[in-house]
Design a binder for this molecule. Structure first.
Ligand SMILES: Cc1cc2nc3c(=O)[nH]c(=O)nc-3n(C[C@H](O)[C@H](O)[C@H](O)COP(=O)(O)OP(=O)(O)OC[C@H]3O[C@@H](n4cnc5c(N)ncnc54)[C@H](O)[C@@H]3O)c2cc1C
Length: 196
């Protein structure tokens, strides 16, 4: 039962692939905000992720069966010695594997020619004026590590960019007051400027 400790001593070794190549999606099902989206992570869809996961389980076994662990290691309880072949290991990973809670990239940042880039380099949502996204979803690709520090950095950077853009002279009706370089080249200028 979840949340209960086992009645015997043991140790756990878990592993995951830092930069998975499987790609899922989040799909809005309704314009009604009370209806949640469809979230399809597509875990272990990519062959490279499958190969890595099988290798991870094999490596974990090698580590725990290495000589330094001998005084502490009696037997493997989970997934157990009857899980042997690559296919059995992969099936086990699919059935019992879990997430490490570092979801990201569902509204990724990218250049104009990327049809899947939701936000530009200043985190502005393409096609919607006055809206930015500043969280883990804008990561263009999974990072090698836990996500919290990077998300804090994204928030800090977004705050700086919002203040920078607010300080730029505005063209009446312009969608974006400044381009990525912080200049207004190509934009029609007016005398007004907005206070920060
Ligand atoms: C169990 C767990 C353990 C983790 N452990 C670690 C760790 O050890 N180290 C690490 O680096 N990272 C860890 N992470 C990952 C890290 O916490 C996340 O990557 C990070 O918090 C993501 O930040 P975010 O701003 O993108 O989203 P969130 O932190 O999820 O913030 C989203 C915010 O939006 C709010 N919100 C949602 N919907 C609405 C709405 N409709 N209107 C208004 N507000 C809304 C939510 O209430 C929430 O405050 C862990 C995550 C989990 C779940």
């Amino acid at each position: 039962m979840p949340g209960l400790l086992d009645h015997y001593p043991g140790m756990t070794l878990g592993g995951h692939k830092q930069r998975p190549e499987s790609r899922g999606y989040v799909k809005a099902l309704s314009t009604n905000i009370d209806i949640g989206p469809l979230i399809q992570p597509n875990y272990l869809a990519a062959q490279s992720d499958q190969t890595a996961m099988v290798a991870v389980v094999k490596m974990a076994r090698r580590v725990l069966q290495a000589r330094p662990f001998a005084p502490y290691y009696v037997d493997e309880i989970f997934p157990g010695n009857d899980i042997c072949t690559d296919q059995e290991i992969l099936d086990f990973a699919r059935e019992r594997g879990g997430t490490v809670y570092h979801h990201n990239g569902t509204a990724r940042m990218g250049p104009d020619n990327d049809p899947y880039a939701v936000v530009d380099a200043r985190l502005r949502v393409r096609g919607i004026e006055g809206l930015r996204v500043a969280d883990a979803s804008i990561m263009p690709a999974p990072i090698s590590g836990a996500t919290n520090a990077s998300v804090i950095m994204i928030g800090e950077k977004a705050a700086d960019m919002i203040l920078q853009d607010a300080a730029q002279p505005l063209r009446r009706g312009a969608e974006h007051p400044a381009n990525e370089s912080g200049t207004t080249a190509g934009w029609e200028m007016t005398a007004c400027s907005r206070a920060v």
